[in-house]
Structures are given as structure tokens and as C-alpha cells.
Design a protein around this ligand. Structure first.
Ligand SMILES: Nc1nc2c(ncn2[C@@H]2O[C@H](COP(=O)(O)OP(=O)(O)O)[C@@H](O)[C@H]2O)c(=O)[nH]1
Ligand SMILES: [Mg+2]
Length: 347
């Protein structure tokens, strides 16, 4: 059965509206991939086409391959608490930390490398299946070389590119094979089935991404998703907090800070969104007043309350991070389904 070279879906000529449609079987790409790549047409994007259960079954068919686990750099900061690594514990795994180019300027290459090495050293004790870890982007010049050296060291010619939806799996394979044969897009759910690619004497298998229930992106509509997605270098938004203040990220996040001393809060979010600050006593009014503009939010917000003594960082996957410095009481209202992770990494 002939499959689409971009997304892996079996090709068919019968039903124009169904996935995999091609005008004739000579074509290599389905209409959906063609329209997505050439016109950015997202009408046929289905993030629920494949379930995590099916993806895990797909993985298990490649037990003897190396698993290249691609992780969005934001997800790395809460990797210890996340439920991603246990999925791969029976496979030889190479971690690829992707999208490091979005991190703010003040995080130097050296600092990032040092911080991640420490984290990975700790992880390795629990997951000896992790054989190596490499970063993309900042080391773009040597990534391909490093990658093939690792595969050769592991003595494996077959690699499965796995991980969460939208982590950059297909983009990375395209870079490795110097091609744009795989379809990529800013939305999750682009790759529909496994795509097997022969390159030199290697076999690469692209896979659909695992859906992350703890990621804002899973719950946002297209418009909100586009606004909140971080795709360029983050410009941190810093606020000094001398008296009780509330911070709003649209209708998706509210952070109240009741300081016990002078504090600060720094948001690392998409540059397209500006945090709105208001005095704590006006926050409920502000929320009521703007509720209609926030109506695109899809699930209720849930409250977490805690104290910060010196400094703490938090990750809301798909939205970004925030860090609070100074002694204070904090109330965070965030999407009920999405876990508020404490960040392992100090930035
Ligand atoms: N900033 C940044 N964006 C990336 C990087 N790699 C991939 N992307 C973007 O992430 C999105 C998802 O990429 P894709 O390869 O389709 O992800 P997949 O679902 O894991 O296959 C696309 O918009 C890519 O342009 C990267 O290293 N840095
Ligand atoms: Mg893909």
C-alpha cells in the first residue's frame, strides 16, 4: 500500500474529503500535506487521529532500534516530574534537547550546557537506558556529526524519532537528511502514521507525536494556540513587586503575589503576549470585566496556593515559565487539566 511521504497516511483516490486523498496514485503526497506545506491550510489537521496507545504499540515494533527522544527545551525543565521518560525505559534512548534557540539571551551556551549536564546526570541514575543527550540549534554546526557518531557508537543503523507532538521530530529528520520531504507545521497532529526513510545506510522512522495532557496546547483553539506558541527567542517580562499585585496572561493564567519583602516575577512566554499587571485588590474586577475577551479559554482555571521563601521557578507546558524571587505568598490560577510543574532549572 502506497503511503504519503509527508505524513505516512495510506494514499487513496476514492474520497476527496477523507485523509490520504490524491488525484492519482502517481502522487507522493496527500492533498492535506500538499495544502499544509504550500498554503498553510490547516483545515484538515486532526490532533486526535492517532492515540497514545497506538503510538506505544508502534514503538514496540522497533525494540531493536535506537529511540531518538526529541524534547522541547521547556519540557526539559520539568522532565523529572513528567511521565515521558518511563515510556522509553525499555529502549536504548538518545535525548535530543530541541528548540534551545527560544531561550533568552542571558542564558549562555555554557550555562545551559552545565545546567543540563547536571540534570541529565541525575536522570541517568534512574534511567540507564539513556545513552546520550545532545542539544540542537546552539550547536547546529556540529549536530549532524555528533548524531551520526552516537548512532555508530551504539552500533545501530535504525533510529525511531519519538516524543511529544510538535517537539520538532519531522523538522529534525529533514535537517539530518538535508531534505524537506517530511511535512512539518506549527500545529500538533501533522505526522499521522510512521514514515520510514532510508538515508545512506541508516533507516529513520518518523512517528506521530504523543499527546501531552499536561500541555496548554492540547486545550487551546487554533487562534489562541498561535498566540501562545513560543517560536522565537524569549524576551523576559520582569516585574518588581512591592505591594500585592496580580498578573494576567490573557484568560489562561493569573498569578497573585502578596510580598513579605521586595520581590520580583519574571515571565518567559511568547513575545506576542504581554502580561497585564493590576493591583491585587482590582484583580477580580479586571477578570470579570475582561471575561468575554477571555471566553476562548476552554477549561476552567484551578487555584494553587503556596509560599516562596527565596526563589522558585514554575513551568506551564505550552505556555512558558515564570520565576519568583523574594519571600511572598503566591496564588496561581491555571488550566485545571494542566499540571503546574516546579522547574528543576534556575534561570
Ligand atoms: N524555534 C524552534 N522551532 C522549531 C525547532 N524545531 C522545530 N521547530 C518548530 O516546531 C514546530 C513543529 O515541528 P514538527 O517537526 O512538525 O514537529 P513534530 O510534530 O515533532 O514532527 C514547527 O513549527 C517547527 O518549525 C527548533 O529547533 N527551534
Ligand atoms: Mg511530525
Amino acid at each position: 500500500m502506497k503511503k504519503c511521504k509527508g505524513c505516512g497516511i495510506p494514499l487513496q483516490t476514492k474520497d476527496k474529503l477523507a485523509l490520504g486523498y490524491v488525484v492519482n496514485m502517481e502522487q507522493d503526497y496527500c492533498q492535506r500535506c500538499f495544502r499544509l506545506s504550500h498554503y498553510g491550510d490547516t483545515t484538515n489537521l486532526k490532533s486526535n487521529y492517532v492515540t497514545n496507545e497506538n503510538i506505544l504499540k508502534m514503538y514496540s515494533r522497533y525494540k531493536t532500534s535506537v529511540f531518538v527522544l526529541i524534547i522541547d527545551v521547556m519540557d526539559v525543565f520539568c522532565l523529572k516530574e513528567d511521565d515521558l521518560l518511563p515510556i522509553f525505559q525499555d529502549y536504548q534512548t538518545v535525548l535530543v534537547i530541541n528548540k534551545t534557540d527560544i531561550l533568552p539571551e542571558n542564558i549562555s551556551e555554557h550555562r545551559l550546557e552545565k545546567t543540563l549536564s547536571r540534570l541529565l546526570f541525575e536522570l541517568n541514575r534512574k534511567y540507564p537506558n539513556i545513552k546520550a543527550a545532545i542539544m540542537t540549534n546552539r550547536f547546529e554546526h556540529s549536530f549532524n556529526e555528533q548524531f551520526f557518531a552516537i548512532l555508530d557508537e551504539l552500533g545501530c543503523k535504525s533510529a525511531v524519532f519519538a516524543g511529544r507532538a510538535n517537539a520538532g521530530k519531522s523538522t529534525l529528520i529533514n535537517k539530518l537528511i538535508h531534505s524537506d520531504s517530511l511535512t512539518t507545521s506549527i500545529y500538533p497532529g501533522t505526522t499521522l502514521e510512521e514514515v520510514v526513510i532510508d538515508y545512506r545506510d541508516y533507516t529513520f522512522i518518523d512517528t506521530p507525536g504523543l499527546v501531552d495532557v499536561n500541555n496548554y496546547a492540547t486545550y487551546l483553539n487554533t487562534e489562541k494556540y498561535k498566540l501562545s506558541k513560543i517560536d522565537s527567542q524569549i524576551k523576559p517580562q520582569v516585574f518588581q513587586v512591592k505591594d500585592p499585585q496580580s498578573y494576567f496572561y490573557d484568560g489562561l493564567l493569573r498569578v497573585d503575589i502578596i510580598p513579605k519583602e521586595n520581590c520580583s516575577i519574571t515571565f518567559h512566554i511568547s513575545n506576542r503576549n504581554k502580561i497585564h499587571r493590576t493591583r491585587f485588590e482590582n484583580a477580580d474586577d479586571y477578570y470579570q470585566k475582561h471575561y468575554c475577551e477571555f471566553i476562548l479559554r476552554v477549561k476552567p482555571l484551578a487555584l494553587s496556593e503556596f509560599s516562596v521563601e527565596k526563589e522558585e521557578g514554575f513551568v506551564l507546558k505550552g505556555l512558558g515559565m515564570f520565576r519568583i524571587k523574594g519571600s511572598c505568598h503566591v496564588a496561581v490560577y491555571s488550566l485545571a487539566n494542566v499540571k503546574l510543574f516546579q522547574s528543576e532549572v534556575k534561570f
